[in-house]
Design a protein around this ligand. Structure first.
Ligand SMILES: Nc1ncnc2c1ncn2[C@@H]1O[C@H](COP(=O)(O)OP(=O)(O)OP(=O)(O)O)[C@@H](O)[C@H]1O
Ligand SMILES: [Mg+2]
Length: 263
């Protein structure tokens, strides 16, 4: 603290001191509220009265209704339910890849549907990884290029080094220059997981990541995702039909006909 005794302060100096003090207060406040959700205990994902309807010719179809969900940082949550119950639709809404008919989704406290498309993409890029059932690798890029892509889009300059580390982590350092069609299903999914984790996301959403894999490969992939969940404290929301995988999660959420039935 600075104490001035006697004399008058020059107006410009006074202004600068005020500016510094204000910034300090703002930064301290920001740190207090932003400390990885610990202080505010703000859920990393929050869905409020989420609903999705689609109109097919004359028929209005309700895919999801009245979905209320809080997921805290570090949790591993499984979403289970029959085929057609709305799991993929819900995951797409939580990632802001699809828009709801009504309701809100907050990611790290930000109302994602109040953001414009660019802002939403930026928020996704800064905190979220998504693993699709069908891998969704870019066919014209090699394994390492696919993994580097999110970092390059974010303007990171050590993309190659980080991508190599991740591909080594998923056991694919011998397949760096392979194109997706030259990789097996399990290898492609491991590339997809490396790509999803390369930006160190706080949140990973995975839609049946082992749905297209044999049992042994699938369980390797799942082990890897739980390891990364533990090691990095990355929150995991996992859609699965597999009861054994689901039971490894800290919490199970059941979707029945588009409605949530939490455990
Ligand atoms: N754009 C759309 N237009 C019409 N119906 C849709 C649309 N998207 C999804 N649906 C329907 O909504 C329901 C839920 O779809 P969703 O893909 O979310 O199910 P799911 O629980 O992921 O199923 P699965 O386990 O088979 O992957 C399905 O009956 C599907 O046919
Ligand atoms: Mg699905």
């Amino acid at each position: 603290m600075v104490v001035f005794v006697g004399g008058e302060l020059e107006p410009t100096l006074l202004y600068v001191l005020l500016e510094i003090a204000t910034n300090r207060i703002l930064n301290t406040t920001k740190k207090f509220f932003m400390t990885d959700n610990l202080i505010m205990r703000q859920p990393i994902v929050q869905a409020i009265s989420l609903a999705k309807q689609v109109r097919n010719s004359e028929i209005q179809l309700t895919i999801l209704q009245d979905i209320n969900l809080d997921v805290n940082a570090g949790e591993a949550v499984s979403i289970v339910g029959a085929s057609g119950s709305g799991k993929s639709t819900l995951l797409g809404l939580l990632a802001g890849l699809d828009t709801p008919t009504s309701g809100k989704v907050y990611l790290n406290g930000k109302d994602i549907f109040a953001l414009n498309e660019d802002e939403r993409a930026e928020l996704r890029g800064s905190m979220l990884g998504f693993v699709f059932q069908s891998f969704q690798l870019l066919p014209m890029l090699t394994a390492v290029e696919n993994v580097m892509l999110p970092l390059e889009l974010a303007g990171t300059n050590n993309a190659h080094t980080v991508a190599l580390e991740l591909l080594e982590r998923v056991g694919l350092d011998m397949r760096l220059k392979h194109y997706p069609k030259q990789l097996s299903g399990g290898e492609q999914q491991r590339v997809a997981i490396a790509r999803a984790y390369v930006t160190s996301p706080k949140l990973l959403l995975a839609d049946e990541p082992t749905g297209n894999l044999d049992l042994a490969t699938g369980s390797q992939i799942i082990d890897l995702m739980f390891e990364l969940n533990r090691e990095r404290g990355a929150t995991l929301i996992l859609v699965t039909h597999d009861e054994a995988i689901s039971s490894r999660c800290t919490r199970q959420i059941h979707l029945v006909g588009g409605k949530l039935n939490a455990d």
